[in-house]
Design a protein around this ligand. Structure first.
Ligand SMILES: [Zn+2]
Length: 326
């Protein structure tokens, strides 16, 4: 979304109340039992049995088979080598003109969010099609189960910073800008129970500070601007979203479309919009990353530390508060 003020984050603490959500641990950590590390450990524990080999990272599920003969579907799938941080979307990056005439890429920012994101997923499933999701890190920590649904449905997931901070803001230090980027990816990885997302990044408000564009290049993370903005966050009704996208795509003939699964009007507009794209002869292109993002371990740990803070009490409300008279 372009107006950061429109995002009202609930306090982290209040949203971290469900300890079960925070108990998930990335699967690759095979720490030895504490007793085996201590010098005073009993002999019987000094040589623990060999740890089982770590399970291979499960691959993302494929999209479900399509049962709708009239669905929009997926025209083709492209794999992106993100080495050096290529930029996509003609609003800012004009080097990589890979879409053919009548091809579109659907992109959804600012989720995951209750109601709207599941609605978008339902529509994409009905139309047997797909998109790229750019979640906000904080939102991913609020609603990891919704982001897991996005992943399980076979869609591509990137990142959109930790807190949707405008990275062109001069008040932010270079380190703070990097923190926004890195913690965002670590948060998405945490929400996906240790599955790394694609190295696909979108700057909040499509504002691209040059030094961060360079930084993403060194991190081999692709940058996504767009070819056409739905301006769905400004729309007063779903029909406006449909009309704006169709007018712009018909003019350009193709493009990466920027929308928000965070927005109710977008979720409501999507069924009709996808039907109109199909009727207009458009085909959806799925974009996959050749390799997942390599998160920075320090940020993964920082995220876990933040996550653990509110877990002092993990008891459900019903076991803490009981009505004894009314
Ligand atoms: Zn946004």
């Amino acid at each position: 979304m372009r107006m950061a003020a429109g995002l009202i984050f609930a306090s982290a603490v209040s949203l971290l109340a469900t300890s079960a959500a925070w108990s998930q641990t990335p699967p690759a950590k095979g720490a030895a039992p504490a007793a085996a590390k201590g010098a005073a450990a009993p002999a019987a524990q000094a040589a623990p049995a060999a740890a089982p080999a770590p399970a291979p990272a499960p691959t993302q599920p494929a999209r479900a088979a399509c049962n709708n003969p009239n669905a929009l579907g997926v025209g083709r799938t492209v794999e992106i080598d993100t080495t050096g941080g290529p930029g996509f979307g003609f609003e800012h990056f004009k080097d990589l003109d890979f879409l053919r005439d009548k091809e579109v890429v659907l992109t959804f920012d600012d989720g995951p969010w209750p109601g709207n994101t599941p609605s978008v997923l339902k529509t994409l499933a009905e139309e047997c099609t797909t998109g790229i999701f750019f979640p906000i890190g904080k939102h991913a920590t609020y609603y990891p189960e919704i982001l897991k649904q996005v992943y399980a449905a076979g869609h591509t997931i990137g990142s959109h910073t930790w807190s949707h901070a405008a990275l062109v803001n001069k008040k932010l230090s270079e380190q703070q800008r990097k923190d926004e980027i890195e913690l965002g990816f670590s948060a998405v990885k945490w929400a996906l129970a240790g599955q790394s997302p694609a190295p696909f990044f979108r700057f909040p408000a499509l504002q691209h500070p040059p030094e961060m564009v360079t930084y993403l290049g060194t991190r081999n993370i692709a940058i996504f601007s767009c070819d056409l903005d739905s301006f769905d966050f400004k729309a007063s009704k779903p029909q406006t979203v449909i009309d704006t996208v169709m007018r712009k795509v018909d003019k350009l003939g193709k493009g990466i479309i920027l929308m928000h699964d965070f927005q109710k009007h977008t979720a409501e507009a999507l069924p009709e919009l996808l039907k109109k794209l199909k009727a207009g002869g458009y085909k959806v292109v799925a974009m996959r990353a050749k390799s997942p993002v390599q998160t920075v371990p320090q940020y993964d740990e920082d995220l876990l530390k933040q996550a653990k803070l509110p877990t002092v009490s993990s008891r459900p409300v019903s076991s803490v508060v009981q009505t004894i008279s009314e």
